[in-house]
Design a protein around this ligand. Structure first.
Ligand SMILES: [Zn+2]
Length: 434
């Protein structure tokens, strides 16, 4: 038996940016089986949706679930100080249980905000805990241990061999289990030897896994990469094999013309994280220019301590707004910001989702548009990007299975999540001395 979502406004997020009013959507076997003005079929569960808006599930293409516990503990710092004095010592102080509760906090926040797929970078250890939390809720989760084999002040890192052995162990244990995928995740060039980066590219191709890293987020980082490698950051990654359609690079703010051309020519995805980029004063990613050159651009919230929200609505709104003072009000219209958070993210991860279309996975978000902060007469995509918040999310479905209902994640007790997360945070803070 399938389900008919009856009488909703469907924001398809297809190439034509269609919005269909008062339409029915049939889900069978986890996929969208029909979209019609009025489906007359017997034997299906009917979910009455008049007045509701349905969009494809949001894809957060760059997040750090292990950092969810550290929200508010590293405010008002620039990237390298933010990492060295707070984030790396805190990550180092994680244990398996604290990493699990951190992931559960982050996943709860993201699911309640309509997120159905993530690309996550964990930390050097305890990555099993992140997979375990993601497995419990069943979202599409691409996760990798953060690989770091260069020395740093916080003592977070491991040898080249240990990084690769841990990656291989995690890949063998989790890759392909349900909706879980392993992703090779070298942290960023200043943390990684050339050998580690080269080996990562080789292994990822051998096993058909994604590669996920940070690049050219901050001017000091770019200068450091030049010092270490003698090359511009993207050129260096490209020479070592870390560009291509299977590579997602977060940020990509400080690029030369040649580096932009490399990203376009190789089909590498740039994951734009406007909230994080503004808060860490990293800079402004030239997304409209990259998109017009043909660079694939997805959207991500980055970590809780650099945003401090893991909210796709906030990220879509910012992605649209921050370009307009520079390039004009018509730049980055709502439909483009919505596309980045849905279809472009799904394409970056190779998912059959990100769009409401027959044959696509039934990853759906049901929105109540008529709340005080979001009611009005305009098109639904503008309301979603400029006015709505996670408060508008009523239900979330992944492969046709309901994962969010009545303000909570199905199967998880939110009060327990908060209580256990706070206890875990106390242990981590004591160990880190922060
Ligand atoms: Zn990040």
């Amino acid at each position: 038996m399938g389900q008919i979502f009856r009488g909703a406004t469907l924001v398809l997020c297809d190439a034509a940016h269609q919005i269909l009013e008062d339409h029915d959507l049939l889900v069978e076997g986890g996929r969208i089986a029909a979209i019609e003005p009025s489906l007359r079929l017997e034997g299906h569960e009917v979910l009455e949706m008049p007045g509701k808006v349905i969009v494809p599930g949001f894809v957060q293409a760059h997040v750090h679930l292990v950092q969810a516990l550290f929200r508010g503990m590293a405010d008002d710092l620039a990237l390298l100080d933010w990492l060295r004095t707070r984030i790396w010592p805190l990550e180092r102080a994680h244990d398996e249980e604290s990493a699990y509760w951190s992931a559960r906090v982050g996943l709860t926040e993201m699911l309640l905000a309509g997120t159905t797929a993530i690309l996550d970078m964990a930390t050097v250890r305890n990555t099993d805990a992140v997979f375990r939390a993601a497995q419990e809720v069943g979202l599409h989760a691409f996760i990798g241990n953060a690989m770091m084999d260069r020395d740093n002040e916080a003592g977070l890192g491991a040898s080249l061999d240990h990084n690769l052995e841990e990656a291989e162990r995690l890949r063998a244990a989790w890759h392909g289990k349900g909706n879980l995928r392993f992703a090779y995740a070298p942290r960023f060039v200043p943390s990684c030897s050339d050998d580690l980066l080269r080996e990562t590219a080789r292994l990822a191709r051998q096993h058909g896994c994604m590669i996920h890293s940070h690049a050219s987020e901050n001017r000091d980082e770019v200068a450091l990469v030049r010092e270490l490698s003698g090359r511009d950051n993207i050129v260096h990654l490209h020479e070592l094999g870390l560009t291509g359609e299977d590579v997602a690079l977060a940020h990509c703010i400080h690029l030369t013309d040649d580096e932009e051309a490399i990203l376009a020519d190789t089909g590498t995805t740039v994951v734009h994280c406007p909230g994080s980029n503004a808060k860490l004063a990293s800079g402004l990613c030239r997304v409209p220019e990259l998109r017009s050159r043909g660079v694939r651009c997805a959207l991500g919230a980055d970590g809780a301590p650099c945003n401090n929200r893991m909210d796709p609505f906030a990220e879509m709104r910012l992605a649209a707004l921050i370009q307009k003072p520079r390039l004009g009000a018509e730049t980055m219209p709502a439909r483009d910001a919505l596309h980045m958070a849905t279809k472009a993210g799904a394409e970056a991860l190779g998912l059959n989702a990100g769009e409401l279309g027959v044959g696509r996975d039934a990853d759906l978000v049901v929105l109540e548009p008529n709340l005080l902060h979001s009611l009005g007469g305009g098109p639904a995509d503008g309301a979603i990007v400029y006015a709505m918040t996670p408060a508008n999310v009523r239900e979330v479905y992944i492969g046709g299975r309901c994962v969010v209902r009545d303000g909570g994640v199905v199967g998880w007790d939110t009060e327990e999540t908060v209580r256990e997360a706070m206890a875990a945070l106390t242990r981590v803070r004591t160990r880190a001395g922060l």
